[in-house]
Design a binder for this molecule. Structure first.
Ligand SMILES: O=P(O)(O)OC[C@H]1O[C@H](O)[C@H](O)[C@@H](O)[C@@H]1O
Length: 444
């Protein structure tokens, strides 16, 4: 793709069509070894003449770009303050290489801040997914482990996935949902990040991501877009100058500096916000913590309680039947509401139910069947989707969200606050019946 982003559906459909007519493929044998541990050009003779392989240091290019976006001296001041502490877990993915150069060598973080930052082919036997289930070491260090108590967790922690494009942000004993993270970055970007000082062109989120960003967009009078899951849908908006910041509930956050999500960018965005909020109190006074920033955000914009249940590797036919059942139910909202009242009388009424469909405002292309939605009168939502990335059987994702504007009710435990909606979602969808699972594989 010319813009460096993921291919849109029109292209991937054509690629698929071509694969159905391939009759043979060729393998080039006897290629000389290229030493990828040193930069420089290696040349060799190919059947059609000279062939060059240019090995370059991508971290240098990346660093140059990041320095044009963020205020590095301000972040450096924060990281060098004895009041601040930091931990970055690359889960043995490639982000570790960038982390050492950027956080330690450029920004002065202590090397002991880096965990699992040596890339390994097998990710050190772990699963490089930056979430509360798989980023175990970071979760324990940040004081969020259920089985281990950490007396003095760092102020800020983050994890990356295997290829470094996703991120998880944590505060001391505090988890920031990816949906809140993008909303908070958008709300603070103009003040805290030089790249955005001229204002934001617009913001966007994927459909299952919580509506926290919508509220920020409304307050700040920004253009707002809700796109299907998949980063490719943001690319068109960015190329057309309609979107500056975007994010997904699946731990992807980014901006129009490139056409992919960018895990280290997200960490620098958070460090920038922390540096901005603490610019006058790194000497005296208490540090404004990650938790303070999130709670202040909720106090202004309200809180979107949010959780995602993943049912991995379930029987594909069962998953299809569950989705068909949910679509069928949508034909009568009255019937749905009767069922819901029978399950939990304290849950509000469904006012709209559909399968999400998106018309790209730039090229007019239409994407159908992008997830089943149940929208409630009080702003709550239930969304059911089949994952497009699961590798075995089918993966069902259930996204549960509830909006709370009342500031006296924003400090609850999210699983507890969402329990009534979870019960409705599981019973309405007949989850156990269709999947033979009594519990999800992962809860985020
Ligand atoms: O379809 P899912 O398994 O939910 O995965 C969804 C995710 O897949 C990839 O990582 C894409 O790059 C993301 O943009 C997307 O959010």
């Amino acid at each position: 793709m010319e813009n460096g982003g993921p291919a849109p559906e029109g292209i991937t459909n054509k690629i698929y069509e071509n694969t159905t007519t391939i009759k043979e493929y060729l393998i080039a044998e006897g290629l000389p070894d290229v030493d990828i541990s040193t930069t420089g050009v290696s040349s060799f003779e190919g059947p059609k003449g000279k062939f060059d392989v240019d090995v370059f240091d991508s971290t240098s290019d990346y660093l140059k770009l990041l320095k044009s976006i963020f205020d590095f001296p301000a972040i450096q001041k924060l990281l060098s303050s004895p009041k601040f502490s930091f931990c970055y877990d690359a889960l043995h993915g490639v982000a570790g290489v960038h982390a050492k150069r950027i956080f330690v060598e450029e920004l002065g973080a202590n090397e002991s801040s880096l965990v699992n930052c040596v890339p390994k082919e097998d990710f050190g036997g772990g699963h490089p997914d930056p979430n509360l289930t798989y980023a175990k070491e970071l979760v324990a260090r940040m004081g969020l482990s259920k089985t281990h108590s950490e007396p003095n967790p760092p102020e800020f922690g983050a994890a990356a996935d295997g290829d470094g494009d996703r991120n998880m942000v944590l505060g001391k004993r505090f988890f920031v949902t990816p949906s809140d993270s993008v909303a908070i970055i958008a709300a603070n970007a103009v003040q805290a990040i030089p790249y955005f000082s001229g204002g934001l062109k617009g913001v966007a989120r994927s459909m299952p991501t919580s509506a926290a960003l919508d509220i920020v967009a409304k307050h700040l009078k920004l253009k707002f877009f809700e796109v299907p899951t998949g980063w490719k849908f943001f690319g068109n908006l960015m190329d057309a100058g309609m979107c500056s910041i975007c994010g997904e509930e699946s731990f992807g956050t980014g901006s129009d500096h490139i056409r992919e999500k960018d895990g280290i960018w997200a960490v620098l965005a958070w460090l920038s916000i922390l540096a901005y909020k603490n610019k006058d109190n790194l000497g005296e006074g208490n540090l404004v913590s990650v938790e303070d920033i999130v709670c202040q955000h909720w106090a202004i914009y309200g809180r979107h309680y949010y959780t995602r249940y993943d049912y991995e590797n379930v029987n594909a036919d069962g998953a299809k039947d569950l989705m068909a059942h949910l679509v069928k139910l949508q034909s009568s909202i009255d019937e749905v509401n009767k069922l819901i009242k029978g399950i939990r009388s304290d849950v509000s009424n469904v006012v709209h139910a559909d399968e999400f469909e998106y018309k790209d405002p730039v090229d007019g292309s239409v994407s159908k069947h992008q997830g089943i939605r149940y929208l409630f009168e009080d702003g709550s939502r239930l969304v059911f989707r089949l994952s497009g990335t699961g590798s075995e059987g089918a993966t069902i994702r259930l996204y549960i969200e509830q909006y709370e504007k009342d500031s006296s009710k924003i400090g609850r435990d999210s699983q507890e606050a969402l329990a009534p909606l979870v019960e409705v979602a599981l019973k309405l969808s007949k989850m156990q019946e269709y999947t033979s699972r009594s519990a999800p594989t992962v809860i985020t």
